[in-house]
Design a protein around this ligand. Structure first.
Ligand code: OSB
Ligand code: MG
Length: 368
């Protein structure tokens, strides 16, 4: 694979509903998209970072810098047998996994088209339909949250995840469980607690949650292991897992019983598959997380979710929950049973809508 041209652009997309977590509120997404032309094919990737360095250190600005000044130059210099071959070339740069993933994933899209197979098939996927859950942000009132949950269950989603933080946790879950005693439910704290909150965290066990996601520090493994020993509720790690070695160490330490795998956070499909393999070999369930992606990143998440170790519903849901108009055709839809049917056409199986992308673009840079 010889890369001829790379384009990066920043688009702005207003969310249908602002999304609030323990670290802040997002109203309009700033998304850096990567477009690659190689061997007569074109592919897309998405930088999945937040607008501010709160979920991780990356921002659209750091991704632009790392892509422009390093990754794209290196990608243009080399020849790559497969998309996964570019990952070792990016290794000298520490961190910046979301910038790396955007470029690597565009090559996976190209490789799938070259080989005439679906991206899901290329990455080793086996499911042709994936189970879907939703992530519901912190709301202005518990009534609003209950209304949102009612609507998502009505739409068929197979599990509900709510965001929690100190002051929006036990009382909220009490009300949720009172109205929805049987719904598969989980809570994501995005690192809002410390071990000093142990008495409060132990109260979570009352709600027989599927899991509690990332209760402690974004870079912690050890304290999560201590916490897991005190909790019946399984811990799932998100922020703390940046590669397959992190996953191995976390599982061996007893820091988690479930792993959330995000393409951006681990640096692309090649590493995401390795994280998956580590989990699968140890019988640790995995699921695909979300980062409020546009259709480009969403299509990649669908492909990843078809791997056999993704045994729990992920945070990959319908385009309509995020966008008035997504930038891919068709947009992502969910069946009444709460699943997404995986496209079988070569590549992602979705077309990018250039008219909408151009309209949303605020800056663009090309490299040959
Ligand atoms: O922790 O999973 C998270 C969104 C932004 C940053 C972090 C997270 C999330 C979500 C939303 O939970 C998942 C989605 O609907 O895309
Ligand atoms: Mg999370």
């Amino acid at each position: 694979m010889k890369i001829k041209r790379v384009e990066i652009r920043e688009i702005r997309m207003p969310l249908m509903h602002s999304f609030e977590t323990s670290f802040g509120k997002t109203t309009t997404r700033r998304i850096v998209l990567v477009w690659v032309e190689a061997d007569g094919f074109t592919g897309w990737g998405e930088v999945t970072c937040g607008e501010a360095p709160f979920y991780s250190h990356e921002t659209p600005e750091t991704a632009w810098h790392i892509l422009r000044d390093f990754l794209i130059l290196w990608a243009l210099e080399g020849e790559w047998n497969t998309a996964g071959d570019i990952a070792p070339r990016f290794r000298p740069i520490r961190g910046h996994n979301m910038a790396k993933a955007a470029l690597e994933n565009a090559l996976w899209d190209i490789e799938a088209q070259q080989k005439g197979v679906s991206l899901a098939k290329l990455v080793g996927g086996t499911l042709d339909e994936i189970p879907c859950g939703v992530s519901i942000g912190i709301q202005n009132s518990v009534e609003e949250l209950l209304g949102r949950i009612r609507r998502e269950i009505g739409a068929g989603y197979q599990r509900i995840k709510i965001k929690i933080k100190p002051g929006w946790d036990i009382e909220v879950l009490d009300r949720v469980r009172a109205e929805f005693p049987g719904v598969p439910l989980m809570a994501d704290a995005n690192s809002a607690y410390t071990l000093a909150d142990l008495p409060r965290l132990k109260l979570l066990d009352r709600f027989y949650l599927m899991m509690v996601e990332q209760p402690l520090g974004w870079d912690d493994i050890l304290d999560h292991a201590k916490l897991q020993r005190e909790l019946a509720t399984p811990i799932c790690l998100d922020e703390s897992i940046h590669n397959a070695e992190d996953a191995r160490k976390a599982i061996e330490a007893g820091a988690c019983k479930i792993v959330n795998i995000k393409l951006g956070r681990v640096g692309g499909f090649a590493e995401a598959r390795r994280v998956h393999d580590v989990c699968r070999a140890r019988n640790v369930p995995a699921w695909c997380g979300g980062m409020l992606e546009s259709g480009v990143g969403r299509a990649h998440n669908i492909a990843l979710s078809t791997l056999p170790g993704f045994t729990l519903p992920g945070d990959v849901s319908a385009s309509r929950r995020y966008w008035a108009e997504d930038i891919i055709d068709p947009e992502v839809t969910v069946t009444k049973e709460g699943t997404i049917r995986v496209p079988q056409a070569p590549g992602t199986g979705f077309e990018t809508n250039m008219e909408r992308i151009e309209k949303a673009t605020v800056r663009k840079e090309s490299f040959e």
